[in-house]
Ligand binder design. Structure first.
Ligand code: APR
Ligand code: ZN
Ligand code: ZN
Length: 373
């Protein structure tokens, strides 16, 4: 009974569109059936958190933002069997309910519990946050910008207790999104040539995935040349800035590679770069993968000849991982030193400094900022 009390704590609340997150005292109600209350340890600031403030990613206001986090289970609701208080967990912006058509499919991870429309509530239909007497909604099934949060059991998974939260939190979204796009969706093969458009946290994770898959040439592309050094450290064999060329980037790449680009990854979320990435892979055997979130309700008109000649155009959500099955394994792979998350984590700040974290993202100074509680 001791556990089942309302907790008052600090959270970053977004009261409406185009406002900054403000640190407020919120009440976090106890978990209901099939829910868990989590004490947060660390959360990354992902570009999609910013998209949630502009309307690019649908959200319901007021919200507690954040979706890339690691914490410890504080209490569990009735019926929860997969976690107990004290377990270290990663929160899952793409849940795995286990019973929907995607979860039942052997390869799909597009669980219908995913909140792409901005419902902002738990499976039961409400949220557990209140602030100044108002309901505050969840963001992307998680709401990690809070000292405590309540999520559905299917939106969290137990991981190795020894894993450092301030590193593995990025496995909750950015790292896994990029790494899985290369490994699962692209199925990058040894010796191949890959091109990555956008060298933020997700793009660098694509680079790490391409390298792990044995690509022999990995070309990084960004309009911000300050991103090149880290991209090379992560495995990019060369980096170019489209602003340095007058010719279309697809022509530049064709020349650089003697027309042999196997895979291109779009990791900026821009429609123009999506077209550039498609046109940049080989006209017949090339595959282009959309990883960056397209702006909501935007459309592209394209020459079908681009696909008619044989190109493959694909996308993926959270790198195609079935999150509850696969993310604990990625944590184990990290612990076994199969990849290094320091390539993408550039800043670690206390949670109170969340505004500084977003400023670093806007100024292009950070790749990933992790906030610790
Ligand atoms: N061409 C090349 N690079 C670009 C362009 C462009 N037209 N526009 C932006 N970029 C670069 C930025 O300079 C930055 O380095 O893309 C990178 C994006 O990195 P972040 O802002 O750190 O975003 P990240 O967290 O990596 O997410 C990338 O995936 O999850 C989505 O919404 C997210 O669309 C975003 C994308
Ligand atoms: Zn499901
Ligand atoms: Zn994210």
């Amino acid at each position: 009974l001791l556990f089942f009390k309302v907790i008052k704590c600090k959270a970053a609340v977004l009261w409406g569109l185009k406002q900054p997150f403000s640190i407020e005292e919120v009440e976090v109600a106890p978990p209901k059936a099939y829910e868990v209350r989590i004490k947060m340890l660390a959360t990354g600031i992902c570009h999609t958190d910013y998209d949630g403030t502009t309307g690019t990613m649908p959200a319901r206001f007021p919200e507690v933002g954040g979706h890339e986090g690691c914490g410890v289970v504080e209490s569990i609701g009735e019926g929860v069997t997969s976690m107990k208080p004290g377990d270290k967990v990663i929160l899952l912006p793409v849940p795995q309910c286990g019973i929907c058509s995607s979860c039942m499919h052997p390869t799909s991870n597009f669980c219908e519990r995913i909140d792409i429309t901005g419902r902002g509530v738990l499976r039961e239909g409400t949220s557990r946050f209140t602030c100044k007497g108002k309901t505050v909604y969840n963001f992307m099934n998680s709401s990690t910008f809070s000292e405590y949060t309540v999520v559905d059991e299917v939106a969290a998974v137990k991981i190795d207790a020894a894993a450092p939260a301030e590193k593995v939190c990025v496995i909750g979204c950015g790292f896994s999104t990029g790494y899985g796009a290369a490994i699962n969706t692209g199925k990058v093969h040894p010796g191949s040539t890959c091109v990555v458009f956008g060298l933020g946290g997700v793009g660098l994770s694509v680079v790490i995935g391409c390298k792990a898959a044995g690509a022999s040439r990995i070309i990084g592309i960004d309009i911000n040349p300050r991103k090149f050094e880290r991209a090379k450290a992560a495995g990019a064999t060369e980096c170019i800035n489209p602003k340095d060329y007058t010719k279309p980037i697809s022509e530049v790449l064709k020349k650089m590679t003697n027309n042999s680009v196997d895979y291109t990854f779009e990791v900026t979320g821009n429609l123009d770069t999506m077209m550039d990435a498609l046109a940049s892979c080989h006209m017949n055997y090339g595959t282009s993968i959309i990883v960056g979130d397209p702006p909501a309700a935007a459309t592209i008109t394209f020459d079908p000849m681009l696909v008619f000649t044989g190109r493959t155009w694909k996308g993926c959500i959270l790198g195609g991982w079935k999150t509850r099955d696969d993310l604990p394994k990625l944590v184990s792979d990290f612990m076994a030193k199969k990849f290094d998350l320091d390539h993408i984590i550039t800043h670690v700040l206390p949670f109170d400094k969340i505004k500084d974290g977003f400023n670093l993202l806007h100024k292009g100074e950070s790749v990933r900022t992790v906030l610790t509680f």
